[in-house]
Design a protein around this ligand. Sequence first.
Ligand code: E4P
Length: 218
Amino acid sequence: MKFFIDTANIEEIKEAEAMGILDGVTTNPSLMAKEGITGEENVNKHYQDICKIVDGHISAEVIATDLEGMLKEGKKLASLHPNIVVKVPATANGIKAIKKFSAEGIKTNCTLVFSTGQAILAAKAGATYVSPFIGRIDDMNYDGLEIIEQMVQVYANYNFDTEILGASIRNVKHIIECAEVGVDVVTSPLKPLKGLLNHPLTDIGLEKFLADHKKAQK
Ligand code: E4P
């Protein structure tokens, strides 16, 4: 199982990288805007800065929604660094773009995926990753995990090469549930990622071990 961090914040990326378990980064236009990164030049430089911190796949999303625009932007993004993965929405033009990128050896992440049907098309087009948004599905009062579980089963039936990347992670439970059904990658904000380590019995146990050790030294 691979861990990506879902942020464009450099400090958070550095902190997650320092944990020693980070395999990549995902960003999206909202996350870039949150960091105040605007203008093509600044955006591209920001992706390159992230690539210097993490030696793994870094998803960079296209803004264009027409096929020609997606192809132009995607090629530009892919040329920034060999680790860039071009993030493309699960639309009709997006699927066509993924097919073309995959023929040219450009890595892709099919994003904004909310159904197994979309995930099948992404895999057929040759996407490197498919990103089902578990949290946003839950927000609509459907079961995000159930849909991801169905994707895992369908992908296994056909030995699709596309990796399932559990996205829109809101808490530790989402990460564990993704692991339980066998997703390949989870992309999480820093808080749930760090939260995996939290257990009060570890803290209590460590405190007791250290106190006993100290007592024995007297
Ligand atoms: C990841 O690729 C997505 O951009 C991200 O996980 C969306 O998460 P959100 O639903 O919390 O915005």
